[in-house]
Design a protein around this ligand. Structure first.
Ligand code: F6P
Length: 544
């Protein structure tokens, strides 16, 4: 087989066949595909790790699926999956392994990086996290004045915030309700001020979460937290009782003044956007407890094993990843909606934005060649049913194709009357309406006057996946997150890009440092930016 990295995507036979195939089937409708095959709604489904995936309402035929699976093979997906799980340094621009799967590996598993088994280290950190979490939860960890901790404030941003926030909101049902959790990420002072305005420093623990321990927002907020704490507690010794750190950078943690005994580490082979199940999940473990956190890890691991072992035709992340490629590169779909019908998952789309777009928002291949196809779509979404009263008009009757993942649950964690039946009815009804629409004849048959008919027609043929899960548990959340992690991996492999670096975030950070110095300068700075930036800086300085 030709080396996929060296065989440009457009030259892979399956891509060329898909291009011709798309021309043939682009006009076919879901109405017709379902009419022709009464079994379609059952045939184009798969189930794994407690997730039932109905992908029948996609604009594909069996031939499409076959060609997409061939594209995966021709893109070297099998080899790249094995390379990741074997700890090879597939993040070639940073010369790092990509081993978030090791974070949830059972202690019996061996995974080598540079000939060292990393699994014992993972479990050593998990054990320390559990000991600490239990002390916070049972009140035996005492603050500087001898009082227990009631408030936990995670300070972090990006992967050091989005995962902890999403997991806390998703698993509130399982959390220790006597504890208050807050999350500070933005360098905007409002974030810290509002998160701490009603908290007592004597009862507050700060978790400074930062893989690098250099991120401007996080370090600024960490120093503010330190000042906030010492204004009340006065004694530097208080830091040891009210601050812990989660990082890979022990030197920077120590320099900040946090005892490395209060540090929970992780490794450079864990990407920030893949770190919620590392020590970055400390706030999650404190909230739900070590046992439930273990269930979360088990969910991740079960999906890992499915992804690694299941034949591609049965493989949920492979199917979902290939469908995203299909719509992005053959239907020119610019976005992908993720619509969780569970209020606890209200931050799940936001979490997925970094996971997907910081991973696959790339413009060059692994060899450094400019891509000549689209890479990551824009992921977005809101929980249902709220989105229906916001943007579904566009999804149903707009001019853009928006593939959508609907995530539903068979059981609510808060059964109230018929609420869950109504919620779930909307999942099924929306995907049906998107797929099959309403014809002019149907609209007319309702007595709609001719002039109004065009406005009330639904074209349909708008694709969706339906993911149905028993109930939202820590295990189910782990499965869902890993499902999307590996779907991202599949997409990046087909696009021959590096899903695991993030050079695109550097320029803004560097420029911001320069501009910050100019905004803060006591002397009038010599500005050498463009006329717009210079004028903006001058306007801001004039208002100080
Ligand atoms: O957004 C850029 C980024 O480096 C992300 O990849 C990362 O999750 C975030 O900033 C925070 O980085 P750190 O955890 O090192 O503070």
């Amino acid at each position: 087989m030709p080396d996929p990295i060296k065989t440009p995507l457009r030259q892979r036979p399956a891509w060329q066949q898909l291009t011709a195939h798309h021309d043939q089937i682009r006009a076919r409708t879901l109405r017709e595909l379902f009419d022709r095959d009464p079994e379609r709604g059952r045939r184009l489904t798969r189930e794994a790790c407690g997730v039932y995936l109905d992908f029948s309402k996609n604009r594909i035929t069996d031939e499409t699926l076959g060609l997409l699976l061939e594209l995966a093979q021709q893109s070297g997906l099998r080899e790249r999956i094995d390379a990741m799980f074997n700890g090879e340094k597939i993040n070639i621009t940073e010369d790092r392994a990509v081993l978030h799967v090791a974070l949830r590996a059972p202690s019996s598993q061996r995974i080598l990086v540079d000939d060292i088994d990393v699994v014992p280290g993972v479990h050593e950190v998990l054990t320390r996290m559990a000991e600490f979490a239990d002390k916070i939860r049972d009140g035996s960890w005492r603050g500087h004045t001898g009082r227990s901790i009631k408030n936990i404030v995670n300070i972090g941003i990006g992967g050091s915030d989005l995962g902890p926030v999403m997991a806390y909101e998703a698993l509130r049902h399982y959390s220790q309700r006597e504890l208050t959790f807050r999350f500070v990420s933005n360098v905007d002072g409002t974030d810290f001020a509002e998160a701490t305005r009603d908290l007592d420093p004597a009862e507050t623990l700060f978790i400074i979460s930062s893989k690098t321990f250099t991120t401007l927002e996080t370090m600024t907020n960490a120093h503010t937290a330190r000042d906030w704490c010492l204004r009340t507690l006065k004694d530097e010794a208080a830091i040891a009782r009210h601050f812990v750190a989660v990082s890979t950078n022990a030197d920077a943690v120590s320099a900040f003044g946090i005892d490395v005994m209060n540090m929970f580490g992780f490794w450079d082979w864990v990407g920030g956007r893949y770190s919620m199940d590392s020590a970055i999940g400390l706030s999650t473990m404190i909230a739900i407890g070590p046992d439930a956190f273990g269930d979360l890890l088990a969910g991740f691991h079960d999906m890992d094993e499915h992804f690694r072992a299941a034949p591609f035709a049965e493989n949920l992340p492979v199917i979902m990843g290939l469908l995203t490629v299909w719509y992005s590169d053959f239907f020119d779909a610019q976005t992908q909606a993720v619509l969780p019908y569970d209020q606890y998952l209200k931050r799940f789309p936001a979490y997925l934005q970094q996971l997907t777009m910081e991973s696959n928002g790339k413009h060059v291949t692994l060899t450094g060649a400019q891509v000549d196809y689209d890479t990551s779509p824009i992921y977005w979404g809101e929980p249902g049913t709220n989105g229906q009263h916001s943007f579904y008009q566009l999804i149903h009757q707009g001019t853009r194709l928006i593939p959508a993942d609907f995530i539903g649950f068979l059981h609510s964690l808060n059964p109230l009357g018929n609420h869950h039946d109504l919620l779930t009815a909307n999942v099924f009804a929306q995907t049906e309406a998107l797929a099959f629409g309403k014809t002019p004849e149907q609209v007319r048959a309702e007595g709609t006057p001719d002039w109004l008919v065009p406005h009330r027609v639904f074209e349909g043929n708008r694709p969706s996946n339906t993911l149905l899960v028993d109930r939202l548990t820590p295990h189910a959340l782990g499965v869902l997150v890993a499902l999307y992690e590996h779907s991202v991996f599949v997409q990046g492999t087909v696009w021959s890009i590096n899903s695991f670096d993030q050079w695109g975030v550097e320029l803004g950070k560097v420029l911001a440092k320069t501009v910050a110095d100019e905004l803060e300068s006591t002397d009038e700075p010599q500005l050498a930016h463009d006329s717009s930036t210079n004028a903006l800086i001058r306007r801001y300085r004039a208002a100080r």
